[in-house]
Structures are given as structure tokens and as C-alpha cells.
Design a binder for this molecule. Structure first.
Ligand code: GDP
Ligand code: MG
Length: 425
């Protein structure tokens, strides 16, 4: 997983917060401190971290939770939204126009991953748009075009001219590929320093007249990405960033947040050395995956839905309970929550396996028992356990859950939620 250590630290911050009895001032501060520590370790700028924590705190304290949603869930949602914001929020993706040659220029310091990215983008665009070609204009690194060919094979044509200047290669390539929808231009990136790189960039822009210029940044530079992205945005107005090597760097969080703080969109991320190891950057999805959970808004919606008490009038027998459990199993939000949020499982305590067991137990009851569970004791428990392939202890546990659920039905859905969440197996 990309940014594994940041992801697991943030998840355990969430788990710890959920594990506290309530989200009071102390546990909120502790939660925020955990989050701060995780972000600082990922090289996110101190000022950004402080701003983010201030916003999380004031939002958690001021935002109202919708009915049936706990403050802890609201805190998770707020953390999620603030992290999405920190890495750029919703951004438009590259706008590739049909019926023309869209030129994409790649620039960046030596070793940042330009050539690899050129090949990756070649394949990525090829799968989505018709004709894609690559121009290899790096005349400094010997056989740099072969590096691209080695990655794309025959799938994408690669143009270069031995012993020519980059200007000439680019101009001829653009002409040769004039019927192509997308032309990706790899450059040399001789300069290590920012100033030199920006001068070089201006030259390339003049020669290639690109539709998009992408600055390729190695994630391991962490928050130092800010000044490069900032300088870049002044030279290349229609620019964006590709952050590479996110698979291998602990500082990726710093790099992503820094680029976003510089006001430059991140269009792609590189997540490995292979040609398919590239992903369009989507802040929502990235943070969801980082935290190890699906879309939070959707999650909360589904939790609300499943926690709605069944429509019951005056009674709550095993038929009602069965219906409720089957509904829960069908929706599977609890399991969704458990399996996707590492560390939360222990606190939630109810999983799909347990629900299936409960269902099996109820199905081993006679109609009379289902209508009137209070008659179930002694030999009946023994028979039901045998019939459902469970133990008498399991049956007693189901009966206890049922009676708690029954009283919860009177107390409303909040109670039911607490019951199901806090139920220790
Ligand atoms: P350039 O000098 O900017 O053209 O950089 P290259 O494309 O030659 O890449 C430099 C090194 O970084 C190569 O060994 C690549 O395989 C490696 N690299 C590039 N992108 C990634 C990435 O996303 N993840 C990993 N792990 N390695 C990468
Ligand atoms: Mg190169």
C-alpha cells in the first residue's frame, strides 16, 4: 500500500479514539495529537499540521451530528474531509481535447522519474484515447529512448533522433505525430537546482508549446516539494504535478500536501517501477484508501440505514429479530466497517459470522418458540444448539442479545446502535 506507515498511524489514531468511552475534550485532544504526530512523521509541514488540527477541533466541537450518528463518527468524517482538503480536494482532471494534438511536456530534476512517467502515461492514455506517441528528447542520458521502449514495447511509438539537439527532436516529433491525439514529451532535466530547472523549463515551453506541462517530483523530497511546485507554477501556468515513488517514500504525505499548498494540481501519482504503476490522483479516493476505509459519507449513510429499527407495533419476537438480522447481513455495513477499518474490529465486536450464527440459531427454533421466546430454557436450549450446530452458550448469548435488542426497540435506535456496537462476543 502507498504511504503504509502514515495510513496505519492514522487508522490507529481513529481506533484509539473509538475505543474511548466518549469523545470528550481529553479524548479529542488525544486524537488530534495522534493525528499531528502521524502527519509530522510523514514530513507534512508543521504549519499545515497546526492549521489542520485547529480546524478539526473547532469543527468537531461545533458541527451537529445527524440523528443516529455519533460524535466519534463525525470526528472521523471531519478528519477525512480535512485530509482530502490537505492534498488538494476536488480538482479537475486533465482535459484532453478530441480532434487535435494534445501535447504533454514532462519536466523535473534528474532522477525524479520523468522517463518512467512518460512511458507510464503513454500506456495509460493509450488505454483511454486513440493515438498516443512519445518523444524522447533527453540527449544527455545515453539510450534514454531505449528506457522508454523497454517499458512500452510496441504499444506506443517512441520518436528520437541520434545525435540531434532536443529542439530539433521535439519539433520533428511534433510534426511526425501530427495526427496523434496525445504526444508525451520526455525531457533531460539536467538541473538539480530549482532556478536552473525553471530556465530550462521556459526553453522547453517555447519549443514544444504544450497543452499541459507536468512537473515530475520524487515523493522522497517531502515538504521541499513546496518551493519547486511554487516556482513551477509561476513559469508554467497550465501545469500540474506527478508525484512519483509514493510506494517507497515515508515522506509522501509531505510532498502531496506541499504541492497542494503551493496551489498546483496533482494529476498523477507513481506507485512503482513498472509501467502500470501509475494512478490518476483523486484526493477522495486516495485518503479513503489511506485510512483503509470506503467512502465515509456512504459508510455513514449505510450505518444510519441499518440502524433504523424495524417497523414493530407493540411486540418484538424472534421473527422480528430474525428479519432485523437478515437485513443487517444483507446490507453488511458493519462488516464493511470492520473489514475496512483496521483496528476497529475489536471495538465494534459484531461481525457477519456472528450474525449468521444468530440467524442459524433462530431458524432452529419452533414457531412457538419464535413467537414466545420466554419459554426457551433447559432442554429447548440444548435442542436448539444441536439443531443449529452451535453450543448452549451461543444460544444463551443469542437470547441475551435478543432481550437487549427488545428493550432497545423501546428505547429507540440510538440504544440499538449502542447495543450492537458495544456488544462483546
Ligand atoms: P528521470 O531521470 O527523471 O527520467 O527518472 P527515471 O524515469 O529514469 O527514474 C529514475 C529511477 O526512479 C528509475 O530507477 C525508476 O525506475 C525509478 N522510478 C520512477 N518512478 C517510480 C515510482 O513511482 N516508484 C518507484 N519505486 N520507482 C520509480
Ligand atoms: Mg530520463
Amino acid at each position: 500500500m502507498v504511504l503504509e506507515s502514515l495510513g496505519s498511524k492514522l487508522s490507529s489514531a481513529i481506533s484509539r479514539m473509538i475505543g474511548r468511552p466518549t469523545l470528550d475534550e481529553i479524548s479529542l485532544n488525544e486524537f488530534i495529537r495522534d493525528v499531528q504526530r502521524s502527519l509530522l512523521e510523514a514530513d507534512v509541514n508543521v504549519k499545515l499540521v497546526l492549521e489542520l488540527s485547529r480546524r478539526i477541533k473547532s469543527r468537531v466541537l461545533s458541527e451537529k451530528a445527524p440523528p443516529g450518528v455519533s460524535r466519534k463518527e463525525i470526528a472521523i468524517k471531519i478528519l477525512y474531509e480535512e485530509l482530502v482538503n490537505m492534498v488538494g480536494g476536488k480538482r479537475p482532471s486533465l482535459d484532453i481535447k478530441q480532434g487535435k494534438q494534445n501535447r504533454i511536456l514532462l519536466v523535473g530534476t534528474e532522477g525524479s522519474g520523468k522517463t518512467t512517467t512518460a512511458a507510464k502515461l503513454g500506456i495509460w492514455f493509450k488505454k483511454r484515447y486513440g493515438k498516443v506517441a512519445i518523444i524522447s528528447s533527453d540527449t544527455i542520458r545515453p539510450a534514454s529512448h531505449q528506457q522508454i521502449v523497454g517499458l512500452v514495447g510496441e504499444a506506443v511509438p517512441v520518436f528520437w533522433i541520434d545525435g540531434e539537439k532536443p529542439e530539433k527532436i521535439i519539433a520533428e516529433g511534433i510534426n511526425k505525430f501530427k495526427d496523434y491525439n496525445i504526444v508525451i514529451i520526455d525531457t533531460a532535466g539536467r538541473h538539480k537546482d530549482e532556478k536552473g530547472l525553471m530556465e530550462e523549463l521556459k526553453e522547453y515551453i517555447k519549443i514544444a508549446d504544450p497543452d499541459y506541462t507536468l512537473l515530475v517530483l520524487d515523493a522522497s523530497i517531502g515538504q521541499a516539494a513546496f518551493s519547486q511546485a511554487k516556482a513551477f507554477s509561476e513559469v508554467a501556468p497550465l501545469g500540474g504535478v506527478v508525484v512519483t515513488k509514493l510506494d517507497g517514500s515515508a515522506k509522501g504525505g509531505g510532498a502531496l500536501s506541499a504541492v497542494s499548498a503551493a496551489g498546483v494540481p496533482i494529476y498523477f501519482i507513481g506507485v512503482g517501477e513498472k509501467v502500470d504503476d501509475i494512478q490518476p490522483f483523486d484526493a477522495d479516493r486516495f485518503i479513503s484508501r489511506l485510512l483503509g476505509m470506503g467512502d465515509i459519507a456512504e459508510l455513514i449513510e449505510r450505518i444510519e440505514e441499518v440502524m433504523k429499527p424495524p417497523q414493530i407495533k407493540g411486540k418484538f419476537d424472534m421473527y422480528d429479530f430474525l428479519e432485523y438480522l437478515e437485513g443487517m447481513k444483507k446490507l453488511g455495513p458493519i462488516d464493511h466497517l470492520i473489514s475496512l477499518m483496521p483496528g476497529v474490529r475489536a471495538q465494534v465486536g459484531v461481525d457477519e459470522r456472528k450474525i449468521s450464527q444468530w440467524i442459524a440459531i433462530i431458524k432452529s427454533m419452533t414457531e412457538e418458540e419464535r413467537r414466545n421466546p420466554s419459554i426457551i430454557s433447559g432442554t429447548r436450549i440444548e435442542r436448539i444448539a444441536r439443531g443449529s450446530g452451535t453450543t448452549q452458550r451461543d444460544v444463551r448469548s443469542l437470547l441475551k442479545t435478543y432481550s437487549m435488542a427488545k428493550s432497545a426497540m423501546i428505547g429507540g435506535d440510538r440504544m440499538m446502535r449502542r447495543l450492537l456496537k458495544g456488544y462483546k462476543l
